[in-house]
Design a binder for this molecule. Structure first.
Ligand code: GDP
Ligand code: MG
Length: 441
């Protein structure tokens, strides 16, 4: 597996300072193979790896992670960002009905999706109507009616016995019917071909022009692999679409199609379909997909744990310093950042007996004020951070100017720091823990 290969390639690498080019290259090579194995299209892999390398080059070596883990962490973050960038909800029309049109190759899962979407929307209080515009295959209309019945949603279909109907006409009449019978959402199922062809595209484009969809969803089978790019491009150019639905994720496809389609078309993936039953359907989750593409959920969990353990370590060290009264502004800053990363302040303060008072004070520190505190402390020299007593009026002015805040805010920070320090010393005296601290059970 990728994890094993990476571990062996990078066993002996422990970087200092910045991640070394050798670390990055070695890891990038393995990631590249993993992406290709996950069926991500080659040009997409290239572009992606270049992006990751760029970001990794600037990265400081983390104390918590080895270089391989750190590159993987970057890769994972980039993957999630690309897959999830602008994750959004369905666009609903201001004046109902909202029209959702499904497009994609035959067998992609459009008709099944029509039923899934209908059920999902119905559960949210909508009243969808299915419209059968696949008149190519003899059984297609009936198939839609069956999934509609299962979802408990009506289907508008051409009257039988009139020969092959005109899908554009059916689409138009379907919308009229929805309006008449107060359906707020219309799901238009369309025909697909096994391969991309012009007639299919023209028909889909004609239906699109007739119904003016609020969303056109490109439905794509996750198993399609490398072909995802050409298919997505053909549908983008032929019909255009505003969102993507990935189907058959219950199969063993690693999901590279998701990355390819997202990268090439820039359209968001809205839903994931993962089974034949109508309930096998969910909003698309970028983090799950990233982990699937990388094929290393365990490694990602390890990375997360390593980082958390490291934060915990730091927090304990800081807590001991707090108790011993050797607190510097540097510690204060580190503490704030650790707190922000860990979430609830309680994680940290829970270690200190009787810290309730301080907890209340710190609970008022929101993200924005943390940013400002951070800016102020970063604007100080190391000497100032180590010994805030030397921060006189002219230094305060310089710091305020440098970090874009008012002098008053610098004063506030310094005062707050002294308060915290005093409080910690009092607590230390009261509870008898100090530098040697065994302050946690
Ligand atoms: P369409 O030609 O695009 O309308 O595709 P269909 O909805 O008819 O689906 C083609 C086949 O794929 C059917 O046998 C479906 O049961 C099956 N299918 C659709 N979506 C999924 C899915 O998410 N998982 C699995 N395992 N099968 C699916
Ligand atoms: Mg169909």
């Amino acid at each position: 597996t990728l994890s094993d290969r990476l571990t062996s390639v990078l066993q002996n690498l422990r970087g200092k300072g910045k991640l070394s080019d050798a670390d990055i290259d070695a890891t990038a090579r393995e990631i590249r193979i993993a992406l290709l194995e996950a069926d991500v299209a080659l040009p997409v892999v290239r572009a992606f790896i270049a992006k990751v390398k760029e970001r990794a080059k600037g990265a400081e070596v983390s104390e918590a992670l080895n270089p391989a883990q750190q590159v993987i962490k970057i890769v994972n973050e980039e993957l999630v960002a690309i897959l999830g960038g602008e994750t959004r909800r369905l666009n609903l029309a201001k004046n109902p009905p909202t029209v959702l049109m499904l497009a994609g190759l035959q067998g992609a899962g459009k008709t099944t999706l029509a039923g899934k979407l209908a059920l999902w929307l119905k559960k949210q209080g909508h009243a969808p109507l299915l419209v059968a515009c696949d008149l190519q295959r003899p059984n297609a209309v009936n198939q839609l009616q069956v999934v509609g019945e299962r979802a408990g949603v009506p289907t508008f279909a051409p009257e039988p016995g009139n020969g092959v109907g005109d899908p554009v006409d059916v689409a138009r009449r379907g919308i009229d019917e929805a309006r008449r019978s107060q359906h707020d959402i219309v799901i238009v199922d369309t025909a697909g071909r096994l391969g991309v062809d012009e007639e299919l595209m023209r028909q889909a484009a004609d239906i699109r022009d007739a119904v003016q969809p609020d969303e056109t969803l490109f439905v794509v089978d996750a198993m399609i692999g490398q072909d995802a790019v050409t298919t997505a491009e053909a549908f983008r150019d032929g019909v255009g679409f505003t969102g993507v639905v990935l189907t058959k994720l219950d199969g063993d496809a690693r999901g590279g199609a998701a990355l390819s389609v997202r990268e090439v078309t820039g359209q968001p993936i809205l839903f994931a379909s993962n089974g034949e039953k109508l309930e096998d359907f969910d909003l698309f989750h970028p983090d799950r997909m990233a982990s699937r593409i990388l094929g290393m959920g365990d490694m990602l969990t390890l990375i997360e744990q390593a980082e958390q353990a490291f934060d915990q370590d730091k927090a304990e060290q800081a807590a001991q310093k707090l108790g011993s009264g050797e607190l510097t502004l540097e510690d204060f800053l580190e503490q704030m950042l650790a707190v922000r990363k860990m979430g609830p302040i309680g994680n940290l303060l829970g270690m200190l007996p009787g810290a309730g008072q301080m907890k209340d004070q710190l609970a008022q520190v929101d993200d924005k004020s943390l940013d400002r505190l951070q800016a102020i402390i970063r604007g100080m020299t190391p000497a100032e951070r180590a010994d805030p007593k030397i921060i006189n009026a002219s230094r305060r002015q310089r710091i305020a100017k440098g970090s874009g805040v008012a002098v008053r805010e610098v004063n506030d920070l310094v005062n707050r720091f002294y308060d915290a320090k005093k409080m910690m010393q009092q607590m230390a005296g009261r509870f008898g823990f100090g530098g040697a601290g065994n302050n946690r059970k």
